[in-house]
Design a protein around this ligand. Structure first.
Ligand code: PLP
Length: 391
């Protein structure tokens, strides 16, 4: 099938919810994707931070295809050794005590929100159900996680939204103005991704963590984009030397299959009772087998150090690149503002030149596969430089 036929078919049969780049991808290996016409692209986006091991990593393929050929789904009516193994590995790697599995980042956040509300109302009274999030945040596309998202642009069309959210600025004065006796949780992204690759300041995050602990307000870290090695640590909160009460994980965890996980500390482990939350597909064996392969690989000795090194290299090259104004982010989660303020135009032109790159607000955004090689980075950077200078 050629690109124009795919585009025609999309226009005929899909709800027009996406503004897509002008290519249809059909295969991939490592950090290189191939389109319907046989053209290759260096991928600096990894399916929006999902393909942690790149395209079709052999160990991941073996784990997933082996599980698919053994037992593909059982529902949550039965015990699953693949799910329990993944939960154990996640808890042992992070120090968290309990996990709930869903299918996406938004679902992981829904679980965190429900958990915070259940804890708040049972511990501090029926009105202790409010959650504070930050301006520029992004927490998902369900009606409740849209409510949690602190960007006005997401609060149209689907009224009435879930009540009980308010939005603070990333400083303690603003947090203190929003948190009261009815606040059960504060939800943050340590690096705001969709909101423009904005890392929170360490001093603020540490003060926030201490403040939440003092007030018994749960600190919920949305690590959907920052987690699973993306920043050079398994989870980004490790850079901040804090212990959140709850973290949510998705994107890179499945290595390309849909998964969401909500992890909580020991004291919260029994807040959710049987029947209070669930998901038909959550913790599906094939997806969990993929996640186990991802975690095995990224926690191998030296892997995360390499992510940090490659991130530093990418940052250095971007900072030195003509046409780039500012680079921000941590590890391999980077954003770059452009002197010509034309990120969307540059990203679209890059596709024509063989590079897939993301945008966020007015930035170019870089979330390459964690396994990308120096050669692939250099190849992509050369395409980016040429594209910027020709526009
Ligand atoms: N939270 C953050 C920080 C995200 O970046 C995203 C997606 O971009 C989500 C939640 C929602 O994840 P999903 O699209 O898997 O529901």
């Amino acid at each position: 099938m050629h690109f124009e036929e795919v585009k025609q078919q999309e226009q005929s049969y899909l709800m027009p919810t996406y503004g897509r780049f002008q290519t249809a991808l059909v295969s991939g290996k490592g950090a290189t994707a191939v389109d319907t016409e046989g053209r290759a692209y260096i991928d600096f986006g990894a399916g929006i931070g999902v393909n942690a091991l790149g395209y079709c990593d052999p160990d991941w393929v073996e784990a997933v295809s082996g599980q698919a050929a053994t037992l593909q789904h059982i529902s949550n009516l039965y015990y699953s050794p693949v799910m329990t193994q993944l939960a154990e590995v996640l808890c042992q790697l992070t120090g968290f005590s309990k996990v709930f599995f869903g299918n996406s980042g938004a679902e992981a956040n829904e679980c965190a929100i429900k958990l915070a509300r259940k804890y708040g109302t049972q511990t501090h009274g029926k009105d202790c159900n409010r959650i504070v999030t930050l301006h520029h945040s992004f927490h998902g596309r369900t009606v409740t996680t849209l409510s949690a998202t602190g960007q006005d642009g997401f609060h149209h069309y689907f009224t009435p939204f879930t009540e009980g959210f308010s939005y603070a600025d990333p400083n303690m004065e603003s947090i203190k103005a929003h948190v009261d006796e009815n606040t059960c949780g504060v939800m943050i992204e340590l690096i705001q991704g969709e909101g423009g690759v904005r890392p929170l300041e360490k001093a603020f995050v540490q003060e926030l963590a201490a403040f939440c602990q003092e007030r018994d307000v749960l600190l919920l870290a949305d690590e959907v984009q920052t987690g699973v090695g993306r920043t050079g640590k398994l989870y980004c909160y490790e850079h901040y030397d804090i212990q959140p009460d709850v973290i949510t994980s998705a994107k890179g965890l499945g290595g390309g299959l849909p998964i969401g996980a909500c992890l909580c500390t020991e004291r919260l482990g029994k807040v959710m009772d049987a029947g209070m939350h669930g998901s038909t597909f959550g913790g599906n064996p094939v997806v969990c087998a993929g996640a186990l392969a991802v975690l095995r690989k990224i926690t191998a000795p030296g892997f995360l150090e390499q992510v940090a090194e490659k991130g530093a290299y990418l940052r250095e090259k971007l900072t030195a690149m003509e046409g780039i104004a500012e680079v921000r982010g941590i590890g391999m989660m980077l954003g770059a503002t452009l002197k010509a303020d034309n990120a969307k135009e540059v990203a679209a032109a890059c596709v024509g030149n063989g590079l897939l790159v993301l945008t966020a607000q007015n930035l170019l955004r870089f979330l390459p596969p964690l396994t990308i090689s120096r050669e692939e980075l250099d190849k992509g950077l050369a395409i980016l430089q040429e594209t910027i200078s020709k526009l």
